[in-house]
Write a protein that binds this ligand. Structure first.
Ligand SMILES: [Zn+2]
Length: 212
């Protein structure tokens, strides 16, 4: 799991980003991305570390911006991407275990066929994001906002979407067993061919009940 080093700047409470030397994540103290004296070098080192390694463990990249990068097939364990932004990222076939993407912003990303477990996306924002054909088991999507995104053909077993706001987003042909959609706000959301009876909805909100 990533080290929770707080930024060394005297008044800052943000989490320090990982420093990389010789393809190794250092454990010592550091600065958050905004207070890093050599911000661009640190960002570049983190991009290169991810691109160079297939298995990434304990990386802290909190509040960084990722754009136009392919993370295809990468395996992430215990990494911190809280409040990061991802734009035009391709993570097809990648895997996340015990990772944190809370309040991250995803725009125009291809996350097709990802395999995520015990990972938190709480409060994240998705626009034009394709999660199609993914295994998304035991994840926390509570409080997400999703626009024009697709979870089609995915396994969402035991994941939580509590208080999510979902617009023009589809869950077609998903496994929704124990998937918790309590208190969601939804507009033009499709659950076609998904087993919504096995999912948890607030009373009166189950899409099957609405059609009566
Ligand atoms: Zn700082």
């Amino acid at each position: 799991m990533f080290k929770l080093n707080i930024c060394s700047h005297p008044t800052c409470k943000h989490i320090a980003v990982s420093q990389i030397r010789n393809n190794t994540i250092l454990e010592g103290p550091g600065y958050c991305i905004d207070h890093s004296p050599n911000k661009e070098d640190i960002e570049q080192a983190i991009f290169e570390y991810i691109l160079k390694n297939d298995k990434i463990v304990g990386l802290n990249a909190s509040r960084m911006n990722f754009y136009d990068i392919g993370f295809t097939g990468k395996k992430f364990y215990g990494c911190n991407f809280q409040r990061c932004s991802f734009s035009n990222i391709n993570t097809e076939g990648s895997r996340h275990r015990m990772c944190f993407f809370d309040f991250a912003v995803f725009a125009d990303c291809n996350l097709i066929e990802t395999n995520d477990q015990f990972t938190s996306f709480a409060g994240a924002t998705y626009s034009h994001v394709l999660y199609t054909n993914s295994d998304l088991i035991h994840n926390n999507f509570s409080g997400i906002t999703a626009y024009q995104s697709s979870f089609d053909d995915s396994d969402l077993y035991n994941s939580r979407f509590i208080n999510a706001s979902l617009y023009n987003t589809s869950f077609r042909n998903c496994n929704l067993k124990n998937t918790d959609f309590s208190n969601i706000t939804q507009e033009n959301v499709s659950f076609k061919l998904a087993n919504t009876r096995a999912a948890i909805f607030s009373e009166g909100m189950n899409p099957l009940q609405e059609k009566k």
